[in-house]
Design a protein around this ligand. Sequence first.
Ligand code: FNR
Length: 182
Amino acid sequence: SQYQIAVVVGSLRRDSFNRKLATAIAKLAPSEFVFKQVQIGDLPLYNQDDDANQAEAVKRLKAEITGAQGLLFVTAEYNRSIPGVLKNAIDHASRPYGQSAWAGKPAGVIGVSLGAVGTALSQQHLRNVLAYLDVPTLGQPEAFVQAKDGLFDAAGDIGADSKPFLQGWMDNYVSWVKKHNS
Ligand code: FNR
């Protein structure tokens, strides 16, 4: 069987390290896992007044999440928390009340930042939100990645130094998604 994974990247930056990480780490999964980065940059700012009349971009996001067997959040850290664009997307797909797209979807959380903190605080805040949304999130291993030379090779794949660790992370993520879909 196939596992569709909705990948949510917490950065809109053109040359985002997190987007690169999302693309590269997907290649470490078995071929039965199909990763698709969902678009969040065209979502309007969340406004509860629109709950009964969600924008097309919101409906698209919700359909992509609903149709997925797993979630992968790859997020930047902004001011020791998650970027607003990510929270905006999460809020949109959680509504209207009782019709959240997130509930029950197994998830993994990773991220890369310039600082040695490696998005640890962003990820911790995200875990808090996901717990409320009833998203079972892989606890271990954690992956706090620092952007430095060699993280990606010339082809954009995970570099040799980081590969064993991130392969281990992916193997655990794959097991987690399968467990929650059996
Ligand atoms: C940052 N950056 C940052 N880094 C970090 O480790 N902890 C932090 O709290 C912050 N705060 C922060 C706030 C804002 C508004 C910006 C723009 C940046 C730096 C951040 O790690 C860096 O810009 C990364 O390149 C962001 O990830 P992407 O866009 O490359 O995926």
